[in-house]
Design a protein around this ligand. Structure first.
Ligand SMILES: Cc1ncc(COP(=O)(O)O)c(C=O)c1O
Length: 386
């Protein structure tokens, strides 16, 4: 018996399809619907009073739930609309016009971060994109070699979205700190699937979101900032909610809050925060260690099944280097994926990588073989007609 299947009935959509896409969109917990109804009821019955009865503090109170998943303490995480905004906030804390203006990152970082860094080049940043030897891994030595005394910030993905390769964040943070640089890690593809402890890893900032492994839906990104840095930083991306006394409506310049409110800007997306909470609560209840244990077992099985079927695997075989996704490199992967979706086998395809397949805590073992069987069938049909 798989004890984690006890949570499966809380996710009605996983019975309607072969749900192997939690790296892209985690299944919706049934309780999220109740939470959205609660939001609507609160808005109706409490009207403007809802702000002081919880809405105003939600970016940090909901952040406290995320904090429990990523090893942060209460008051150390603030909710944001998405990673893109969180990344912008982090970059906007630094002066990029001096000698220390290098931003080190990996070429396999998620494009939103790379696009943002590209635009910061217009503001003085010198972006160094460390290359991958195989479009799948990022040797830690190459990352370490790129970090030097001119580095201001290192931006690194914990788990690479393309291949599910896990990077050695502790080693990267340690090198960065040794030369006086800071580290922002994008933990979107690890949090909720691979254990993350922002303190143990020595991160200065972490960004992520809730759409994937956290089963929290869109609009609920988050930002962790190392507590001793909070009052030392002054984000240029700001707004009235970051003011120490926002309702005093004082003249500029802004007098910034000493809490994580300092990293807010405008009115937060309250409904998204209601929707996101149930996913976090379930992940906390199960525990990421147990999710990881099951994920390692099921991803190993998927690799085995793929190899038996002659499908090339584009994710690390070494469990210590592998996140929650297995990437399968099937010829005509994009067309095969379209057919899989027509058959209600939910996976996705990334150019240059392959078909991404991801079990989560609610996945049954039988579904692994079923997924591979569909891929093989489609491949054979395709070969027969080619
Ligand atoms: C590693 C990673 N970072 C960021 C994002 C998305 O960024 P945003 O929250 O800005 O949409 C994704 C996926 O959509 C991702 O896989």
């Amino acid at each position: 018996m798989d004890p984690l299947l006890a949570w499966r009935p809380l996710f009605p959509s996983v019975d309607q399809t072969l749900y192997m896409i939690s790296h892209s969109l985690g299944a919706m917990p049934a309780r999220s619907r109740d939470r959205l109804v609660e939001y609507a009821d609160h808005w109706t019955s409490r009207s403007i009073r809802a702000w002081e009865e919880g809405w105003w503090s939600m970016p940090v109170s909901v952040g406290d739930l995320v904090a429990r998943i990523i090893g942060a303490g209460p008051g150390e995480v603030v909710m944001q609309p998405n990673v893109s905004i969180a990344t912008w906030i982090v970059l906007s804390c630094f002066d990029w016009t001096g000698r220390r203006n290098k931003l080190v990152t990996e070429e396999l970082n998620f494009p939103t971060n790379l696009y943002i860094f590209g635009e910061w080049e217009r503001l003085g940043a010198r972006v160094m994109r460390v290359s991958s030897p195989d479009d799948m891994t990022m040797p830690v030595e190459s990352m370490l070699a790129a970090i030097d005394e001119e580095t201001q910030l290192v931006s690194v993905s914990h788990v690479l979205f393309r291949s599910s390769y896990i990077q050695d964040l502790a080693a990267i943070a340690s090198k960065a700190h040794a030369v006086g640089a800071m580290v922002v890690a994008d933990i979107y593809q690890s949090a909720g699937s691979v254990p993350v402890d922002v303190r143990e890893l020595g991160l200065d900032f972490a960004t992520g979101g809730s759409v994937k492994w956290l089963c929290g839906g869109p609009g609920a990104g988050y930002l962790y900032v190392r507590p001793d840095l909070v009052t030392k930083l002054r984000p240029r991306l700001t707004g009235w909610m970051a003011h120490r006394a926002p309702f005093a409506f004082q003249e500029p310049p802004i007098d910034m809050a000493d809490t994580m409110f300092r990293f807010l800007h405008g009115t937060p997306a309250i409904p998204a925060l209601y929707a996101a909470m149930s996913g976090y609560e379930i992940i906390v209840e199960i525990g990421v260690e147990r999710i990881r244990e099951k994920s390692l077992r099921q991803t190993a099985r998927l690799i085995e099944l793929a190899e038996e079927a002659g499908i090339a695997v584009r994710s690390p075989r070494n469990p210590a280097e592998r996140g929650g996704v297995v990437v399968l490199d099937v010829p005509h992967g994009s067309e095969v994926t379209q057919e899989l979706l027509r058959r209600d086998v939910l996976v996705d395809h990334r150019p240059g990588a392959g078909i991404r397949v991801a079990p989560h805590f609610y996945t049954r073992d039988e579904e692994l073989a079923e997924t591979v069987r569909h891929i093989v069938e489609i491949r054979e049909r395709h070969l027969a007609t080619a």
